[in-house]
Design a protein around this ligand. Structure first.
Ligand code: PAF
Length: 281
């Protein structure tokens, strides 16, 4: 496994692999790798000749009052995890190698980026799409892997790839959960013991909603109430949003039909957590 910090060196290595006809799988990450990333890496390892993981805490996707400076970092642990699945190359650039101070071009996926988390975190998805576009240009992967926990991010990246004619396939990967149901996220490391317990309310409220939907409930306001009521039982939980939208355009729906994304964002203490599920009516 090679660890490369410079984008030009990474480009050279990729060029050589391409000249030999190797297929390239790519997983963009912000590091602090966990079992969720591991499942993406294992899948990508099986499906490609060469596997590249990027580790880059992308400053332009964090708002001024967000956690860029204190976002968890553990390069030594990340390297070990990458080794354990035979990653071929870790690309870990510096901020100055990725962004010139004169940077003027950004990728903005309209509409899809303005709802759900986009409505709450101004500029977040512009930062995500821009860095992912840059990473795709540097790595030139055949396949790139994204987790469904960040479902909106996945939809936005797919749209960007489609609209800007990137020549690669986006592979969605199922949410990985702890045994008790909590969706795995690097931000779970911020939670105190008490908050960790409280955070279970996200998965529990979604599970209640799913049961109601399996039982035939189709009225979106009733389903939202089920989730909101459940979340309100937990004193440490403050709701950021509870939404049901169509899973392709992310537009609000009044009744459940076809493929629906049920998504929540909830503050547990100071930590903002998200979770979701897809329901096929
Ligand atoms: O999901 C993430 O970790 C980040 O948003 C990504 C895709 C690596 C872009 O910085």
């Amino acid at each position: 496994m090679i660890l490369v910090e410079e984008k030009n060196k990474t480009r050279e290595i990729i060029k050589e692999w391409k000249s030999k006809g190797y297929s390239i799988g790519f997983i963009p990450t912000m590091g602090y790798l966990h079992r969720g990333h591991l499942s993406l890496m294992e899948k990508a390892r099986r499906e490609n000749d060469k596997l590249v993981v990027s580790i880059f805490v992308n400053p332009i996707q964090f708002g001024p009052n967000e956690d860029y400076d204190k976002y968890p970092r553990d390069m030594a642990g990340d390297i070990e995890m990458c080794k354990s699945v035979n990653v071929d190359l870790i690309f870990a650039p510096s901020v100055s190698d990725m962004y010139k101070t004169s940077n003027q071009v950004y990728v903005d996926v309209e509409k899809l980026g303005d709802v759900l988390c986009g409505a709450k975190r101004e500029g977040h998805f512009r930062g995500v799409s821009t860095v992912v576009a840059k990473l795709f240009n540097i790595i030139s992967p055949d396949k790139a892997y994204f987790g469904e926990k960040d479902y909106q991010q996945l939809v936005i990246i797919k749209k960007m790839v489609d609209d800007l004619d990137f020549d690669l396939e986006i592979i969605p990967c199922a949410i990985v959960r702890e045994e008790d149901g909590l969706a795995i996220s690097s931000r779970n490391s911020y939670l105190s013991r008490e908050e960790r317990k409280a955070a279970l309310i996200l998965a529990e409220s979604l599970s209640r909603a799913r049961q109601a939907m399996i039982g035939g409930e189709r009225d979106v306001s009733i389903i939202k109430n089920i989730i909101t009521n459940e979340l309100s039982q937990e004193p440490l939980a403050v709701i950021d949003y509870v939404e049901l939208v169509d899973a392709i355009e992310l537009r609000p729906v009044a009744r459940v039909s076809e493929r629906i994304l049920v998504a929540v964002a909830v503050f547990i203490g100071k930590t903002r957590l998200i979770d979701n599920f897809i329901f096929e009516a």
